[in-house]
Each structure stands twice: as structure tokens, then as C-alpha cells.
Design a protein around this ligand. Structure first.
Ligand SMILES: [Zn+2]
Length: 250
């Protein structure tokens, strides 16, 4: 491997670089989490709105159906009423009793038809009114949600922009620092951090890994304190650093 003076080679230097990376990652983790939360909230709002929109469209479709049906039935009713008045005038011209009975029977049928249709039309009018009321109510709710989503969206844009600026700024510094150690070490640190709540390098205090709170064997603790080799916690794999000057409390 080619020697690069900018690359940290001693375990102490490497661990120092990893600690700097950890500090930067801690700085952005909170921002990234807040960013993700905001995006999730917005996503939820969008889903609710899309669902409401579908429900309203569905109801509007049913309303149109009911209105068409109402129109058809009303036209039929008008035709029946027309027939009724024609039959009535026919009745006034009838002289023979047999014919009178026949026309009267016809009148009865038409009257029954009219009664049935009037009933249907009345029911349709009620249904249409109910649909209209339900749609109006949902549209009102929809407007409220829409307003909230719009506000969240506007609000988000400003916050997201400033978060992104901050993340980009820290990422720039992070890149420069990450370049100070071998890439494989950075990627190992990164993998550990991802698997361990964002902490890839932690302090050892009183021979205990502060990442997983497990006690380390004296052999390990000694290696960490002397920093003559890069040590990973045997329990949680996090890189360990110690402060040899730290007073022992316990
Ligand atoms: Zn550990």
C-alpha cells in the first residue's frame, strides 16, 4: 500500500480520527432524525388526503348515479301523469258500462304506477340530499386537512432547506476527516455505528465499554488504555478508547 502522510497510521491517531467522525455523526443524527420525522408526518398527511379524495370521488359518483336515476324516474312519472289525464278525459266520453269498467281499470293501474314511482322519486330525493350533505361534510374536513398539509409543506420546506444546509456542511467536514484514515476502517466504523444506535466508537471507563456496559478483560482494557493497537469491544464490536489519565472511580 502506498504511504500517504495524510493518512493516520498509529492506533492512537486512528482512534482520534474515529472520535472526530463520531462527534460529527452525533451532530447530524439528531437533524437527520428530525428530518425523517417531518417527512413521515407529511407522508401520513398526504395519504389521509388521498384517501379522503377517493372517498369524496366515490360519493360524487354515487350522487351522479342517483341524480340520473331521479331524472329517469321523474320523466316516467310525468309520462304516467300524462297518460292518467288522457285516460280521464277518455272516461268522460265513455257511455257504455263495459268500456267504463275497462277505462277505470286502466286508470287504477296508472294511479298505482304513479304512486309507486312517486314513492321511488321521494326516496331518491332523500338519498340525494343525504349524499350532498355527506359530500359537503367531507369536503369541509378535506379542506381542513388540505390546509394543514399545505402549512406543513411550507413549514417543512424552510426547515428541510436549513437542515440540508447543515447536513451538507457537516458532511463536508466529515469527508475531510474520513480521508485521514484508511477507507476500510471508516466503512467498518460506519457499519458498527449503523448496527449500534449510531455509536461506532465509545469510551471505556473503569474497564467497562460504555457502549454496551459490559466489563472488559484486563488484557483488553490494558490495550485500550495504551492505545498501541486498535481495539474493538468483544461484546458489541464498537471501537474503544480510554483516557489513561482518568481517575479510577469504583
Ligand atoms: Zn461494548
Amino acid at each position: 500500500m502506498q504511504a500517504n502522510p495524510a493518512i493516520a497510521t498509529s492506533p492512537q491517531e486512528i482512534i482520534n480520527v474515529l472520535r472526530k467522525l463520531q462527534a460529527l455523526d452525533d451532530e447530524t443524527r439528531e437533524i437527520r432524525n428530525r428530518r425523517a420525522e417531518r417527512m413521515e408526518h407529511l407522508e401520513r398527511l398526504r395519504k389521509v388526503i388521498a384517501h379522503m379524495q377517493r372517498e369524496i370521488d366515490d360519493k360524487r359518483g354515487k350522487l351522479t348515479e342517483a341524480e340520473t336515476w331521479h331524472k329517469t324516474k321523474s320523466a316516467e312519472l310525468d309520462a304516467d301523469k300524462d297518460r292518467l289525464s288522457k285516460s280521464k278525459s277518455k272516461l268522460s266520453g265513455v257511455t257504455r258500462s263495459r268500456e267504463y269498467v275497462a277505462v277505470n281499470k286502466e286508470l287504477d293501474i296508472i294511479r298505482k304506477n304513479i304512486a309507486t314511482k312517486e314513492d321511488e322519486v321521494a326516496k331518491l330525493v332523500v338519498a340525494i340530499d343525504e349524499f350532498r350533505a355527506a359530500i359537503a361534510k367531507e369536503e369541509e374536513k378535506f379542506r381542513d386537512w388540505r390546509a394543514e398539509a399545505d402549512e406543513a409543506e411550507r413549514d417543512n420546506q424552510a426547515s428541510l432547506d436549513s437542515m440540508d444546509v447543515k447536513i451538507a456542511e457537516v458532511d463536508g467536514r466529515r469527508k475531510a476527516i474520513a480521508a485521514q484514515v484508511e477507507r476500510s476502517i471508516v466503512s467498518r466504523y460506519h457499519k458498527i455505528a449503523e448496527a449500534r444506535q449510531g455509536r461506532g466508537v465509545v469510551e471505556m471507563t473503569n474497564d467497562i465499554c460504555t457502549g454496551c456496559n459490559m466489563a472488559l478483560q484486563p488484557r483488553f482494557a490494558e490495550m485500550v488504555l495504551r492505545a498501541t493497537s486498535l481495539v474493538q469491544c468483544p461484546h458489541c464490536s464498537r471501537y474503544l478508547y480510554g483516557d489513561p489519565e482518568a481517575p479510577v472511580t469504583a
